[in-house]
Design a protein around this ligand. Structure first.
Ligand code: SF4
Ligand code: SF4
Length: 425
């Protein structure tokens, strides 16, 4: 047995706890999770059935943690996991799973398959069976501060540009403010206008905020790769910066897995609660709306629809907030089929969108989104995750579909009532 295989199996063993045992003992092999998965649905290839993706972990659990499995293993009925198995499963665990959480929603015995995929990624990455793109992104993130490399100069330049465009000063490392904003690399590189949008909205709402020079990056490649140590270091960076500045809240931006990593996984990763709250930008905008501190002037006359990012809605619980905001500014808002908690993934989440070799598979998976959008026929698709935004633009173009994609924060800012006085109603 090679050292890397041993490391991977050890990492898998470490993941096996009571919930994992409960998972495998309660699975009734009904196969319902298959129809919930965009990759199985669009290819009908049985290997993409979510429960099948967990087969290697089931084998480790069975052979080493159950009496029957030990006996069956001794007579060759349950095979040990080999390096070749792990190589084969790399595609199933990374390329064909966006950790969208849809399979978890349909399991009749309440098994959280997505949590299990997350656990399996720990073993896969420890054994060296993870996509090179995610390994490279994790190295850049830990060494240079962002999965795209050294992004701080680009952030400073984008902030200056937004200050010029809006006439509003944006502070770095300001102590005593209420909020610290973090941004995803995708926003800094591709959708920087969101910085100006937040700046204008926050000024009207009289909200005090800053950006940390030390921890401005919101994403967490450790979670996507399946490496708790890296994930912990990246969460700790944000926690240290926020606690040093003494802010009351960190604003998680329009990024799906960033929210998941910081709000839900983060305290477990660092082993303690934060001294600040985490709020998603759309939750905050909805709160400002509720308090009368966010007012709009006019509505968009185009037909608008909304794409729910899996990690923010299904896995994060933010469902009603974007709809209340959409209704503020949309004259003609039409939901797609399965919108909300059962929405279909954009096909690029969970790190899958960074993997080059699965491009054709993701195009196949996107056919489902394509049908959703074709039924509605929107002029614009609104979303609240920069990576969904990027994936939707990319896949719409690949399908010759001329539909504009807009971030919800930018949409709200477009209709911001400049006469808002910012005081609480
Ligand atoms: S999390 Fe989503 S992509 Fe992954 S197996 Fe489940 S349904 Fe499929
Ligand atoms: S839906 Fe649940 S019980 Fe059915 S096969 Fe999948 S994991 Fe097992």
């Amino acid at each position: 047995m090679t050292a890397t295989l041993q490391r991977g199996l050890n990492a898998l063993r470490e993941q096996i706890d009571a919930p994992v045992a409960a998972f495998f003992t309660s699975c009734v092999s009904c196969g319902l999770c298959a129809e919930a998965c965009i990759f199985y649905r669009e290819t009908e290839d049985p290997k993409y059935t979510p429960i099948k993706k967990l087969e290697l972990m089931r084998r480790v659990w069975s052979r080493e943690f159950t009496l029957f499995g030990r006996l069956a293993g001794a007579v060759g009925l349950v095979k040990p996991v080999t390096d070749d198995d792990l190589s084969e499963w790399e595609e199933l665990i990374y390329d064909s799973c966006t950790m969208c959480g849809r399979c978890t929603m349909v399991c009749p015995v309440g098994n959280d398959l997505t949590m299990m995929i997350r656990k399996m990624r720990e073993g896969m990455s420890a054994s060296g069976h993870a996509p090179k793109e995610l390994i490279g992104a994790a190295e850049r993130h830990t060494d240079l501060g962002s999965p795209m490399g050294e992004l701080h100069p680009a952030l400073v330049a984008q902030v200056k540009h937004q200050e010029k465009a809006t006439g509003i000063k944006i502070s770095f490392d300001e102590k005593g403010v209420d909020y610290m904003v973090i941004l995803s690399a995708q926003e800094i590189a591709e959708f920087p206008d969101v910085i100006g949008s937040m700046s204008r909205i926050f000024k009207k709402a009289n909200l005090t905020w800053t950006i940390s020079n030390e921890a401005f990056e919101a994403t967490n490649v450790g979670v996507q790769l399946g490496n708790r140590d890296i994930a912990r270091v990246l969460v700790q960076r944000v926690v240290d910066a926020a606690e040093k500045l003494g802010v009351k809240y960190v604003i998680s931006p329009e990024c799906g897995h960033a929210y998941q990593a910081l709000r839900w996984e983060g305290p477990n990763l660092i082993g303690r609660p934060y001294k600040f709250g985490v709020v998603h930008i759309i939750e905050l905008l909805d709160q400002l709306r509720e308090e009368g501190r966010l007012k709009v002037d006019g509505k968009d006359a185009d037909k608008l629809t909304f794409h729910d990012p899996c990690q923010i809605n299904r896995r994060g619980g933010i469902n009603a907030e974007p709809r209340r905001l959409m209704n503020m500014v949309a004259e003609n808002f039409v939901e797609t089929e399965d919108a909300g908690t059962m929405n279909w993934c954009c096909s690029g989440g969970g790190g899958a969108g960074a993997i080059e070799r699965n491009e054709d598979l993701r195009l196949d998976a996107f056919k489902l989104k394509k049908r959703q959008f074709e039924k509605v026929g929107p002029d614009k698709i609104i979303t609240m995750c920069a990576f969904c935004h990027h994936t939707l633009e990319d896949k719409l173009e690949a399908n010759d579909m001329d539909i504009e994609v807009v971030g919800l924060t930018d949409l709200i800012a477009e209709y911001l009532d400049e006469d808002t006085d910012g005081s609480k109603a």
